[in-house]
Design a protein. Structure first.
Ligand code: ATP
Ligand code: MG
Length: 397
């Protein structure tokens, strides 16, 4: 069970890492693979069969690459149906110092919120611990009578979660844990200092853009927009009557949102009807710009509505395949009057052999999922959960 697969199932690509959890708790990457995905639109399953097949193909390819076999799968989920509520929990400490076990009990108590039947708790994220009325960073090992914890509880649609589990099970894998994009992505990108000072992480994929606001070590708010890099391509394709493939090629090669770029240059393109047309670079840029602006306006409005003060934070981290649009970072910096850092995975603490060719921004979620997984495996008291599992075997129906 110490070998498992970690999967980013995106709208455009699926990326898989097969890892081994070492005795020291570190994750060693044994094999990676990515390929185009199917059956997912705007981050949601629209064709269970297709998505299952693509998961099977991708995991099997990663297995072949490393001559490995896995059963357990960690996988991401999009945030369209996710919500967050705050919870608090308390546990009393008897006798000795506070252990992992008490910590977990307090967190579980904090996560025991009442929910409508169509929702389920996906994550319980502790951000403040209090031992005998005193705020502490890490309660483990401390003496005290009571341990309180404040948490962010992430809930999700249980239909969406069941369908994702179904997708994994139907091709013979075991769904070990589903992880919200917004929870995983920041892990590989930001420092502890960013987490404390405040940071906005923007993952622009092909069909969705995920925004996570983090401050004082807490995931403060999450937003999901159904817009991504593919929409830019689509604008070009529709406006000029060219294929998506050609539009994608032109977007990557000729679109730039940089001010100083020479916009008078032109190119000849083949239209769907077979004719040729001359387009200037500025034709292309002006097609995309309003779309980017609408997305940024929506983000600005949302962050303002929750009182997020960008200038008082460490700014913005931009990631995801779509973030590579030339000049997008600079345009965003101007739009939000903020520092914007374009980043792929860059924190590899506790992760060994993460391959160099997976360090582009489209793999930030995969790397983030690895971090999340490592922490979760650490957090789980394996001995106890084994006993619980045994107990459930003998439980009367
Ligand atoms: N150099 C580039 N310039 C502009 N856009 C790019 C570039 N490289 C990749 N992209 C865009 O990145 C997008 C794919 O990003 P990514 O791999 O992060 O998507 P995804 O994770 O599969 O999708 P989602 O997160 O929305 O489900 C595509 O729309 C592609 O056009
Ligand atoms: Mg993505």
């Amino acid at each position: 069970m110490s070998i498992f697969a970690v999967v980013d199932l995106g709208s455009k690509k699926i990326a898989v890492a097969i890892v081994r959890r070492q005795k020291d708790g570190k994750l060693r990457v044994l094999s990676v693979h990515h390929q185009p995905s199917r059956g997912i639109e705007r981050g949601r399953i629209v064709n269970l069969l297709e998505a299952s097949n693509v998961l099977k193909e991708a995991v099997e390819e990663a297995e072949r690459n490393g001559d490995l076999q896995v059963n357990d799968v960690y996988i991401n989920i999009g945030g369209k149906d996710a919500e967050m509520i705050q919870g608090t929990g308390r546990t009393y400490v008897v006798g000795n110092a506070i252990s992992k076990r008490e910590k977990r009990r307090a967190v579980e108590n904090a996560g025991a919120v009442s929910l409508p039947p169509d929702r389920e708790v996906l994550h319980i994220l502790p951000f403040v611990y209090i031992v005998n009325d005193m705020k502490v960073e890490e309660p483990e090992g401390m003496l005290g009578n009571s341990l309180d914890v404040k948490v962010q509880v992430v809930t999700h649609s249980n239909i969406a979660l069941r369908n994702l589990e179904q997708l994994i099970k139907r091709v013979g894998f075991f769904p070990r844990k589903i992880v919200l994009n917004h929870v995983a992505v920041p892990e590989a990108l930001i420092s502890e200092e960013d987490r404390e000072a405040g940071i906005m992480v923007v993952d622009m994929g092909a069909e969705t853009t995920d925004v996570a606001l983090i401050h004082r070590k807490m995931l403060y708010r999450i937003f999901t927009y159904e817009v991504g890099g593919r929409d830019f391509t689509k604008e070009i394709s529709v406006k000029f009557g060219i294929t998506m493939k050609e539009a994608e090629r032109m977007k990557i090669k000729h679109v730039s949102l940089l001010d100083e770029e020479d916009e008078s240059g032109s190119i000849s393109v083949s239209l769907i009807d077979g004719s040729q047309r001359i387009l200037t670079y500025s034709d292309l840029t002006s097609t995309i710009l309003p779309r980017a602006e609408r997305l940024f306006a929506a983000i600005k409005q949302d962050i303002q509505s929750v009182g997020w003060q960008l200038p008082r934070t460490n700014g913005i981290v931009l990631t995801g395949g779509g973030s590579q649009l030339k000049g997008l970072r600079e345009y965003m910096a101007r739009y939000f009057s903020s520092v914007v850092r374009l980043s792929g995975p860059r924190n590899f603490q506790g992760i060994i052999d993460f391959p160099p060719d997976y360090r582009g921004p489209e793999f930030s979620l995969l790397a983030g999922l690895l971090h999340f997984t490592r922490k979760m495996e650490d957090w789980e008291d394996r001995g106890e959960s084994f006993i619980q599992r045994l107990g459930s075997l003998f439980r009367k129906k």
